[in-house]
Write a protein that binds this ligand. Structure first.
Ligand code: KG4
Ligand code: ZN
Length: 341
């Protein structure tokens, strides 16, 4: 499909990424991660991540253009994640993107990273049907959104009141001795365990009484319940059945996410659920969403794994949407916004 050619640049957390999209064709997609440097600290260290972005920016952007067989002159616009994310990390990516835009005289769009996680699904599944719902699940976010127009208007239908789903997995993983990020380790062990071996509460299955959103989530109590159970076993001198703990946690979290997201679709009259964010790589959640979606006649669009975690394609794709929608580029001095809503 023809359409504008956009270079997307991503640096919100520990991935320095760049990609080129022409219309709906992914011409290149390059990701460099500083994840290994953070593993021994048990979480992302902003200072280390920022330095890694500064080192990786030029090589990653150059490779994305080279892989696409292009130079900067061939792109119509540059898009860069302006938030939400770690301020120092955002500053490196946004400053680099601004410099490139000025030097090459290209329009630049500062985009919302979270909306990028939704936009990227178009590469695999085509454009959005009107009024889709989107479930965004990552290390920093867990939200159900109503996507009226991905370039202009997205409403929050529900969100986590405390921890994000990925954060909950990462915290339990730490307790079990897995390195950061622990989510993928829990996923792997969960496949070997009994999902009903340990009683894990689902947290806010119905929404909080009197709260305006019946689609809010809460995972902090889930994490605490698992932690208490594991610590109790240890105090009693018993082995911790790691596979069973992981499987039970995954069953609880994936069930509440899938049930509420599909219930939200039915209530809002939407027959399509878009899924995005790093946690949507989780195999138990993917299975559960497909199963609950199929049972209720909702089409679930989950991107392939490399498009779930942070990447440049999500930024470039939203950039294409903005150009196509005739949205004005950002002002040359647009700010980063680490807590962008
Ligand atoms: O979207 P993302 O790459 O970065 C953020 O914006 O947060 O998401 C990273 C999160 C981490 O919490 C990581 O543990 C989790 O996604 N994650 C997973 C899996 N792959 C990544 N969690 C569970 N199962 C997975 N397979
Ligand atoms: Zn993300």
């Amino acid at each position: 499909m023809s359409g504008p050619t956009v270079l997307g640049i991503e640096s919100t957390c520990d991935e320095t990424a760049a990609a080129v999209i022409s219309g709906r064709d992914l011409a290149s997609n390059v990701v460099a991660s500083s994840m290994d440097e953070h593993a021994r600290y048990g979480g992302v260290i902003p200072e280390i991540a920022s330095r890694a972005h500064a080192e990786a920016f030029v090589p990653v952007v150059s490779k994305a253009l080279a892989d696409a067989g292009m130079t900067i002159d061939d792109v119509d616009a540059i898009a860069v994640s302006a938030g939400p994310g770690l301020a120092g990390c955002l500053a490196v990516g946004v400053s680099g993107a601004k410099a490139l835009a000025v030097a090459a005289d290209k329009p630049i769009y500062g985009i919302n990273h979270v909306i990028g996680h939704i936009a990227v699904t178009q590469l695999q599944f085509g454009d959005f049907p009107s009024d889709a719902l989107a479930l965004i699940v990552s290390g920093g976010h867990t939200s159900l959104l109503h996507v009226a127009d991905v370039a202009r208007h997205v409403d929050v239908v529900g969100t986590t009141l405390d921890d994000a789903a990925g954060e909950c997995f990462d915290k339990v993983a730490r307790l079990l001795g897995f390195p950061y990020p622990g989510g993928p380790h829990i996923d792997r062990h969960a496949r070997l365990g009994d999902p009903h071996a340990v009683r894990v509460p689902q947290g806010l299955t119905q929404g909080r009484a009197g709260h305006e959103h019946p689609y809010d989530f809460s995972f902090s109590g889930v994490k605490t319940a698992v932690a208490r159970w594991v610590e109790g076993r240890m105090a009693d001198g018993k082995d911790v059945p790691v596979d069973d703990v992981c499987a039970s946690l995954a069953e609880s979290v994936s069930t509440v996410l899938a049930t509420k997201a599909i219930r939200g679709c039915l209530a809002e009259g939407s027959d399509t659920l878009i899924v995005g964010g790093g946690f949507s790589a989780n195999s138990q959640l993917r299975e559960k969403l497909i199963e609950v979606g199929a049972r209720n006649g909702v089409e679930v669009r989950i991107p392939r794994i490399d498009l779930c975690t942070d990447n440049g394609a999500m930024v470039a794709m939203l950039g294409v949407n903005l150009v196509e929608a005739g949205i004005r580029p950002s002002a040359p001095d647009f700010p980063i916004d680490s807590s962008m809503p």
